[in-house]
Design a protein around this ligand. Structure first.
Ligand code: AHR
Length: 309
């Protein structure tokens, strides 16, 4: 009995449950929904109480959420920030309240990095590099100028900034490569369709041969626009997207996308582990990055079996 009383199973119910306030930035993509579910499931599994607020792409709403978490005196605040800049003051408020903050998925650009404990999320720059290398290999023997169109994500967001930079680090300096069109489409399918439709309103000789879509949803929208223009996605225009939802892998297997760079949304277990470590007073690394891959037509069907979103 004594041994059992000292075990975690006995002690846990007597302890007050840890409360985490989580400001999720929105619901724009399958990736985002999977990210939310992963965090909810992991909280439940860890016996952590989660208060979650959807900011609907508004940084102002994220500030309101953080303030409400401070009023509720939660133990830890987690934020998936919609954009990188503008976080200094609100994080100072959390600091004054003595509540540790964990940044999830995207990053914040603040003067004092002590304002948050850690950032748990993907290496978006590396994702852009992977996309760039795929295009470089794929078009190695194609003569003449290659025109590349780019559907960026939300302006000012880490994945949009860093995927663009990583991609250009591979292709940006090449004389025969022209970034002919680039515009934000907010990581959504309907904006992807709309912006791609605009990209295609040019004479045939100016049409892009490559599309880099910063996420799957924008690639799906673009595919519809390409088809409506009487062209074949994946053939007339080579398409690379980022995330790797089951639907994207299916579209890859069907040949309408040519490569998908993986971005892992299942950050819940790592977040809850970090929460427990913070509460226990342990020090965490400033950055935690999941391992990620790139999928091509050959690996798509196999990968689809393991996909959770
Ligand atoms: O921050 C991660 C990005 O946000 C994902 O690539 C995209 O699908 C999501 O909306």
């Amino acid at each position: 009995i004594e041994e059992w009383m000292q075990s975690a199973e006995y002690v846990t119910p007597l302890k007050k449950s840890i409360v985490v306030g989580f400001s999720q930035l929105g619901t724009e993509s399958a990736w985002r929904m999977a990210n939310t579910t992963s965090i909810q499931d992991a909280a439940k599994e860890s016996g952590i109480t989660l208060v979650i607020k959807n900011a609907e792409q508004s940084q102002t709403k994220q500030f309101e959420a953080v303030r409400s978490f401070i009023r509720q005196k939660v133990d830890v605040i987690a934020i998936a920030p919609v954009v990188e800049s503008g976080w200094d003051d609100i994080l100072q408020e959390a600091k004054r309240a003595g509540i540790p903050v964990i940044i999830v998925d995207r990053s914040v650009d603040v003067e004092d990095s002590a304002l948050f404990v850690t950032t748990i999320g993907s290496d978006f720059y590396e994702e852009g590099v992977k996309a760039g290398k795929y295009i470089q290999d794929r078009l190695r023997n194609v003569p003449g100028t290659i025109r590349i169109a780019e559907l960026q994500g939300t302006s000012g967001s880490t994945p949009s900034i860093q995927r663009g930079e990583g991609f250009r680090s591979i292709l940006g300096e090449k004389n025969h490569i022209l970034f002919s069109q680039s515009a934000p489409a907010d990581f959504t399918e309907h904006k992807g369709r709309q912006v791609m439709h605009g990209f295609l309103q040019v004479p045939e000789e100016e049409r892009p041969q490559v599309l880099f879509a910063h996420n799957d949803e924008m690639a799906f929208g673009a595919i519809q626009a390409i088809q409506r223009a009487g062209l074949k996605p994946g053939e007339d225009i080579i398409i690379v997207s980022v995330d790797g939802s089951r639907k994207a892998l299916q579209t890859l297997a069907d040949g309408q996308i040519n490569a998908v760079v993986e971005c892992n949304p299942l950050l819940g277990p790592q977040l809850m582990q970090a929460v427990k470590e913070v509460i226990a007073g342990r020090t965490l690394p400033k950055r935690m990055v999941p391992r990620e891959d790139i999928f091509t037509r050959e690996s798509a069907s196999r990968e689809m079996l393991h996909r959770r979103f």
